[in-house]
Write a protein that binds this ligand. Structure first.
Ligand code: PLP
Length: 374
């Protein structure tokens, strides 16, 4: 055949996810831990790696890891699902609670995988835009929930890419106002220290998502987990890929989870670096910084796309450009890196903004000679 028939109609308005996988000396675009695993854990991991029977399929439920996550959270293993990154679990949630004729709700600007998976599965996507300060519009939300047709709600807390933390009272109100499955995405829990875990016993419709990709230096291995009512976990196991979490990832995630106190010092250091980052950015004329409870900072700057390009091309600093996202006009997001990376980023921003001010002062169109259109 010289042609292929088109795929499902639902895919027509989708474009492939662009992870902006670019190389730079200073990588501050994906909210990863800037440091690899500590040397001692790397060594233990290579010992473990020698003893894995790679010829055998992995344990579908990652039993060992699951038990340790459950115990640490005061839950039963039946309340835990381990996935190939939080992203896979989001997809499982949408496969099970979304789909044609089902309503998925989120609060943009937010993590895009919710809406991508909702659209890909033919779910009805309802979006309640956040207010200008990126808080959730509680009145609009309650009005929408009153219709009674919402099946699945995603609330990133703190929200990515804005860094905003929703008040606990709002989340409790939502859990009381609906029997929809409410997923509180705590991907940045280790930085915010806020969790809805204490409310699980009273709310069967609360699910909490966490990941090993941010605080725990395992973005490259793909591991995440969900805490939820056991009936929710059972439904998800009907749609999930049984062998999605490979043996090596299970071993690494288990080691890291068991040794998680080792990461505390680095997390505290990152929070101090965030303060330096926020303070430094706010000192630069023309930059508006938004408060953050996570390991990244959103900021607004005129000609954001050109600033993004100057950071990369002239300073080899990679951040994330959100300026084309509705509600995030002229916004960039920078992850909190090491002290040295924060210093390099701030020095680059100062240089770029000083030059732009000088150029504006002398009436030069655009930023500087050689800069193409924005
Ligand atoms: C990073 C992130 C995730 C999950 O990341 P994985 O690498 O797939 O575990 C989930 N939600 C939010 C809001 C994130 O920022």
């Amino acid at each position: 055949m010289d042609r292929v028939r088109p795929p499902r109609e639902a895919l027509r308005d989708l474009s492939p996810y662009d992870a902006k996988h670019l190389e730079a000396e200073v990588m501050l675009a994906s909210n990863e831990n800037p440091l690899n695993l500590p040397g001692e854990l790397l060594e233990r991991l290579s010992d473990l790696a020698q003893r894995i029977p790679y010829n055998r399929y992995p344990d579908p439920m990652a039993t060992g890891l699951r038990e340790e996550i459950a115990a640490a959270n005061g839950l039963e293993p039946s309340n835990v699902l381990v996935g190939n990154g939080g992203d896979e679990i989001i997809q499982d949630l949408v496969l099970a609670w979304g789909g044609p004729g089902r309503v998925v709700l989120d609060f943009p600007p937010t993590f895009v995988m919710y809406s991508i998976d909702a659209k890909a599965t033919g779910s009805t996507l309802v979006q309640i835009p956040r207010r200008p300060d990126f808080s959730i519009d509680e009145e609009a939300l309650k009005a929408r929930l009153a219709d009674g047709d919402v099946d699945l709600i995603f609330i990133a807390n703190p929200n990515n890419p804005t860094g905003t933390l929703a008040p606990e009272t709002l989340l409790i109100d939502v859990l009381n106002a609906t029997d929809a499955l409410v997923v509180v995405d705590e991907a940045y829990f280790e930085f915010s220290r806020h969790t809805m875990r204490p409310h699980m016993s009273r709310h069967a419709n609360l699910a909490i998502l966490r990941t090993f990709s941010k605080a725990f230096s395992l973005a490259g291995l793909r591991a995440g987990y969900l805490l939820a009512h056991e009936d929710v976990i059972t439904e998800l196991t009907k749609v999930r890929q049984p062998y999605s979490v490979n043996r090596f990832t299970q071993a690494a995630a288990r080691l890291v989870f068991r040794e998680r106190p080792v990461f505390e010092a680095a997390i505290s250091q990152l929070l101090r670096n965030r303060d330096v980052l926020v303070h430094g950015l706010s000192e630069i004329p023309g930059v508006e910084v938004f408060p953050s409870e996570a390991n990244f900072v959103l900021f607004r700057v005129e000609h954001a796309s050109a600033v993004w390009r100057d950071l990369l091309k002239e300073h080899s600093v990679l951040v994330r450009d959100f300026s084309r996202t509705p509600g995030l006009e002229e916004c960039l997001r920078v992850s909190v890196g090491t002290e040295d990376e924060v210093r390099r980023f701030l020095a680059a921003m100062e240089e770029i903004m000083t030059r732009r001010r000088a150029a504006a002062h002398f009436g030069v169109a655009g930023a500087h000679a050689g800069s193409e259109g924005e």
